[in-house]
Design a protein around this ligand. Structure first.
Ligand code: FES
Ligand SMILES: [Fe+2]
Length: 437
């Protein structure tokens, strides 16, 4: 449970908000490389953290991210002309390179004027199939993160994004909530037996226990938590890691998520699978993987979960019953949705654009949810009160999610000896505990 003020602090990420300022101190994925214009193509508008930006590639293929409004008098650079080495504003013709250099100011007679000014652009990198940007103060730019999947080329990686019409925290909650898996995804998990996909094989054992034992530790990067289910003489332990401010290493070990706010009631849910040995990014494996979890384009479009459909009638809402198929449900499917991604979306979206947490009733199953609130609030308070922000400036390549069998007496933490634990105190579920730090 969170009071309204803490909830707002945790969830709102627009310019000038505490959480928004904290997020702007990290390198964030802003789009999939596959969504960007080609070299010299038309500029593309991106929404992020309650602001709009313009993504573009110059004729040499160098990617750039521009503030939406022209440096001169604010016309949108969405309207700008792609002209070889720069984007030209159509109002008075000022032309900007992807690094912010001002190439031309045709309505100013002094040729030296352009050398004294700089366009509003942001540092960007392309890695792991994603365009990354740093949107914070230049003097605080952190080292670029080295996530494990960045070492894999396209053939060994599968990238996907789903647009979720709810606040980013609602999506993050689902990612640190092992106890929903065998309920919400019961029908999907029942289909994993015999499916020749790594994802299916890695989740098959979860059909057997809906109430796993859950423990969480605060770490220097955020927190990790375990869900333990009986497994013969021992236990099956699934450890997930939350890396501040919006990244998750899934227990499957080969799946990473980022949940990046578009605005306070919409977010981009990035998925990356990687496999150094297997060419999972090649067809037909790629599409099989995406279709199995509901991330293929036709299924996403059917539920309004793409950039092109998220504002259309297709989008899940109470008016269309979140596009739940009651006939499918009557025929035996537990939820009546196509797959995992739609089931998660329906639960997140139906809770409200930005859900009220002052009335919720957390239980022992929600230890990791409390930890998530604490970690996110630590980011927001860190920036507001001048404390350290979890994960900022840390090397993150060693942080993993992992699933493994452990003995009855074995400590699950032995699976992640490289994680630096700050506090092993069990995650508190009472709001009083949330307010104590
Ligand atoms: S507003 Fe862009 S050149 Fe004047
Ligand atoms: Fe889920």
């Amino acid at each position: 449970m969170l009071n309204r003020q803490d909830n707002e602090t945790m969830c709102r990420t627009g310019p000038g908000t505490a959480m928004g300022d904290a997020m702007r101190r990290f390198w964030m994925p802003v789009a999939q490389v596959s969504e960007l214009p080609g070299a010299g193509g038309e500029p593309r508008v991106l929404q992020l953290l309650g602001e709009r930006f313009i993504a573009w590639r110059d004729d040499q293929g160098r990617a750039g991210l521009f503030a939406e409004h022209c440096l001169h008098r604010g016309a949108s650079m969405q309207l700008a002309r792609a002209e070889g080495d720069g984007l030209r504003c159509i109002y008075h013709g000022w032309k900007f390179a992807v690094d912010g250099a001002v190439l031309e100011t045709p309505n100013v007679a002094d040729p030296r004027f352009k050398q004294r000014i700089k366009g509003r652009t942001y540092p960007v990198r392309e890695a792991g199939g994603l365009l990354w940007a740093y949107l914070g103060p230049r003097e605080h730019e952190p080292a670029f993160p080295a996530w494990p999947f960045m070492a894999c080329d396209d053939a060994h990686r599968v990238n996907a994004v789903a647009v979720m019409n709810c606040n980013f925290v609602q999506v993050m909650e689902g990612l640190v909530d092992s106890s929903h898996l065998t309920v919400l995804h019961a029908s999907g998990l029942a289909k994993t037996n015999g499916v020749e996909l790594d994802f299916a094989k890695k989740t098959t054992h979860m059909q057997f226990d809906a109430a796993p034992a859950i423990e969480a530790d605060e770490t220097d990067f955020g927190f990790h938590y375990v869900a333990m289910r009986p497994n013969g003489e021992g236990r099956m332990a699934r450890v997930a890691s939350f890396i501040a401010p919006c990244f998750i290493a899934n227990p499957n070990g080969d799946l990473w998520f980022a949940v990046v706010p578009v605005d306070d009631e919409r977010c981009n849910f990035f998925h990356v699978w990687w496999n150094a040995e297997k060419a999972i990014g090649e067809e037909p494996m790629r599409t099989q993987q995406l279709a199995f979890v509901g991330l293929d384009d036709p299924t996403l479009a059917k539920y309004g979960m793409t950039a092109a459909t998220c504002d259309t009638e297709a989008a899940m809402s109470w008016r269309n019953g979140y596009r739940q198929d009651r006939a499918l449900q009557r025929a035996g499917h537990f939820t009546g949705f196509d797959s995992f991604t739609q089931e998660d979306a329906a639960c997140g979206v139906s809770a409200g654009g930005l859900r009220d947490r002052s009335q919720e009733m957390l239980s022992t199953a929600d230890v990791a949810i409390s930890r998530l609130y604490r970690s996110l609030l630590a980011c927001a308070r860190g920036i507001r009160e001048g404390h350290a922000i979890p994960a900022l400036g840390l090397e993150v390549g060693h942080v993993v999610g992992i699933s493994a069998e452990i003995g009855a007496a074995q400590d699950w933490r032995s699976l992640v000896p490289q994680h630096k634990i700050v506090s092993s105190k069990a995650g508190a579920v009472a709001s009083a505990a949330l307010h104590s730090n």
